[in-house]
Design a protein around this ligand. Structure first.
Ligand code: HEM
Length: 180
């Protein structure tokens, strides 16, 4: 998994819980990289799962909630780093519709070793869209946070329901989005 995901996560931990907490979870996690992440590096995604697990234990906040908040924070970094993808469309459904065929395609050109999930979007009406997430990694909570970030970016009130199609590991999930 790309280093920018890890540096972003550590930054958020430092911001919200302090430098000591960031050091503590790095120390207590089993990290082949040693926890010295750079944005251009590539690291095993299980290191992120380890860090989240230890942060969850230390804070008492469920891991899934931590990952959703992290993804919303990551979304802010995407907005700053890749404004062209957000300017290309003017609403959340069209943006989410463009991830598979445009956004992640460009990401793959920039980072050929990126391991991206696949999305099958389907805009059913002005107020309803489904998005099926499939990955080798159990990061549907990341997708949830990024979808939430997209809705607030376009200032839309969207309810997100999710159904695990791969029970029990959340590697294939159907998101149903309802716009109010
Ligand atoms: C401009 C917007 C976006 C950019 C630049 C971007 C870029 C990236 C990058 C660099 C990764 C890491 C790949 C790796 O580490 O190997 C990633 C992973 C991921 N992206 Fe995107 N992304 C964007 C929008 C989105 C949105 C809106 C969603 C949700 C619908 C999404 C869902 C995911 C998920 C869930 C992963 C984690 C990998 C996995 O689940 O297998 N991305 N993306």
């Amino acid at each position: 998994m790309k280093g920018m995901i890890f540096t972003n996560f550590i930054e958020l931990v430092e911001d919200k819980f302090g430098f000591k907490m960031a050091d503590d979870i790095i120390e207590s996690s089993n990290l082949p990289s040693g926890g010295a992440y750079t944005s251009v590096g590539t690291y095993d995604h299980t290191e992120l799962l380890e860090l989240v697990k230890h942060l969850s234990e230390a804070t008492g906040i469920p891991a899934e909630d931590l990952v959703k908040v992290f993804a919303e924070h990551l979304f802010g970094t995407f907005v700053k780093g890749y404004p062209q993808f957000f300017d290309a469309v003017d609403n959340c459904f069209d943006f989410l519709n463009s991830i598979e065929d445009t956004v992640h395609v460009e990401v793959k050109k920039l980072y050929p070793d990126a391991e991206l999930p696949t999305f099958e979007p389907n805009i059913e009406s002005d107020s309803k869209m489904t998005l099926v997430y499939t990955s080798k990694r159990p990061f549907s909570a990341v997708a949830y946070g990024l979808i939430k970030g997209s809705a607030s970016y376009y200032k839309e009130d969207i309810t997100i329901d999710l159904e695990d199609l791969s029970t029990p590991d959340f590697t294939r999930v159907n998101f149903t989005l309802t716009k109010h």
